[in-house]
Structures are given as structure tokens and as C-alpha cells.
Design a protein around this ligand. Structure first.
Ligand SMILES: Nc1ncnc2c1ncn2[C@@H]1O[C@H](COP(=O)(O)OP(=O)(O)OP(=O)(O)O)[C@@H](O)[C@H]1O
Length: 253
């Protein structure tokens, strides 16, 4: 579904990603871990098409198409969904209106009829149950004054509504209390199918108790320096990153 080959990216002339290689197949969950500043959020942002980042080398193929050539909105229409580390607030636009517009744009792109108000509301009700989100929240301006946890929950709700092919969750666990963590993870797990895939960026093994990854990758200095199964996340929890840093840094000398 997604092939990243030798991806290099810079911000304001500073190289951050220095040769990322990753293959994600349909049905898989990949976790990206790594020390602060290793480039995890940069990778998520580059995949979503954020303009501040300049791709200097490499390619990203998503379902046979060159992802990097696509405008961010086309990436979304093609089925890429990014849940940001810090979701934006949009005053004056309710979550409901935002979602209806977004969903109908995706449907139009896929050649489907737009959903009328009745069908849209019944879909909303069904998906609201999945993330146990309060209807009152959805009638408020998007993310405005939402608590950290409410923003995250709202994002997973958006994901449930849009049914993306590839979801990229950037530190979805930060700011969630234990119950919300479980609910959000349940939502993600229930949306999992053999037709979609998820990349989860996280610092904590804790999240991976709920969203069980097929693969865990460690990013360091802009490269994936180690990959393994969920046992790797347990090892990192126990041992930290120093042993990996030493391995990489001594090999580079
Ligand atoms: N505008 C910028 N100019 C220069 N460097 C930047 C800029 N924005 C980000 N960086 C640097 O890029 C590196 C990678 O940042 P990124 O947010 O991708 O890391 P991360 O692995 O997600 O970190 P964290 O775990 O702390 O969230 C950091 O060293 C950061 O300081």
C-alpha cells in the first residue's frame, strides 16, 4: 500500500529525514518510536504534505501513485488521514459541518453520491458510539476550547467517519487519560481491516498494549535504525534508547 524509498526531507535548509525506507501493506499496523527530535513528526508531516518541509530525495508510492506529487487535499481524498499531534482550532466551523464537507468531498472524488443530512446524521450516530464522543462537542466550533483529550477523541471520530485507507496517528496518546486511551484505541482497532493500514507514532509502549502493532520501528537521526515486532517496544520500555544510539553512533564512526 505504501512504499517509502530513501526519503530525505529538510526544513529551512536543515536536513531532518536522512533516508527513510518503509513498506506498509494493507491490514498492517506499524508503530514508529524514537527519541525526541529524531524526525517522527517530520515523517508524518511529509506524508501528509505539509508545505514547510522540502523533500530533497527519495520517493513515496501510495497505492501505485506518487504521493509526493499530490496536493495535500488530494492525498486526503485518496485516503490518507493524519491525526496531528496538536489538532488545530477552527472558530466558527462546527465539527459537524466540517465533517460533512470533508466526507462529501471524499465521496465526490470516489465517484459516490453526497450523503444527505439524514444519512449523514445516522452515520454520525453510528460512529459516535465507537469513540464514545458527546454530541454536544460536535455542535461546537471545531476543536475550539476542546480539552487535549477531547481533541484527540474528536480526531479518531473524524477518522471513523472518513474511513481512510492509510491513517497516520501522531502521538495520539499524549494528553489522554487512561479511559480515553482505551476508548480511542478501541476505536482504532475496530476500524482496522484487511483493506487499510495504520502508522502510529508514539513514545509509550503503553499505547501499544491497546493498539497492537505488527511492526515497531525506531527512528534516530532521521533514519529507521531498528525494526522488530511488538517485543521491540517492550525492550525499549525496559532499556531506553541509549543502546540503540550507541550501536548507530559507533557504526558511523
Ligand atoms: N523550523 C525548523 N528549523 C530547524 N529545525 C527544525 C524546525 N522544525 C523542526 N526542526 C527540528 O527537526 C528535528 C525533528 O523534529 P520532529 O518534530 O520531527 O521530531 P520528533 O521525533 O517528532 O520529536 P518528538 O519526539 O520530540 O516529538 C528536531 O531536531 C527539530 O528541532
Amino acid at each position: 500500500m505504501l512504499t517509502i524509498k530513501n526519503l530525505h526531507a529538510s526544513i529551512e535548509g536543515t536536513p531532518i529525514l536522512r533516508g527513510i525506507n518503509l513498506e506498509v501493506k494493507a491490514g498492517e499496523v506499524h508503530a514508529i518510536m524514537g527519541p525526541n527530535g529524531s524526525g517522527k513528526s517530520t515523517l508524518a508531516s511529509v506524508l501528509a504534505g505539509r508545505e514547510e518541509y522540502e523533500v530533497t530525495e527519495g520517493e513515496v508510492i501510495f497505492q501505485g501513485k506518487d504521493l509526493l506529487e499530490m496536493a495535500p487535499e488530494d492525498r486526503a481524498r485518496e485516503g490518507v488521514f493524519l491525526a496531528f499531534q496538536y489538532p488545530v482550532e477552527i472558530p466558527g466551523v462546527s465539527s459537524t459541518n466540517f465533517l460533512r464537507t470533508a466526507l462529501n468531498q471524499v465521496r465526490e472524488y470516489r465517484g459516490q453520491e453526497p450523503l444527505d443530512a439524514v444519512k449523514f446524521l445516522s452515520l454520525m450516530k453510528e460512529k459516535m458510539k465507537l469513540v464514545e464522543i458527546d454530541q454536544k462537542l460536535l455542535s461546537r466550533s471545531l476543536n475550539e476550547g476542546f480539552s487535549g483529550g477531547e481533541k484527540k477523541r474528536n480526531e479518531i471520530f473524524q477518522m471513523a467517519m472518513l474511513e481512510p485507507t492509510l491513517s497516520i496517528l501522531d502521538e495520539t496518546d499524549s494528553g489522554l487519560d487512561i479511559d480515553a486511551l482505551r476508548i480511542v484505541s478501541n476505536g482504532v482497532n475496530q476500524l482496522k481491516s484487511d483493506k487499510n493500514a495504520t502508522i502510529v507514532v508514539t513514545h509509550y509502549q503503553r499505547l501499544l498494549d491497546y493498539i497492537v502493532p505488527d511492526y515497531v520501528h525506531v527512528l534516530y537521526k532521521g533514519r529507521i535504525v531498528k525494526s522488530g515486532t511488538k517485543e521491540l517496544a517492550l525492550e525499549l520500555e525496559e532499556k531506553g534508547y541509549d543502546w540503540i544510539k550507541e550501536e548507530v553512533d559507533s557504526a558511523a564512526v
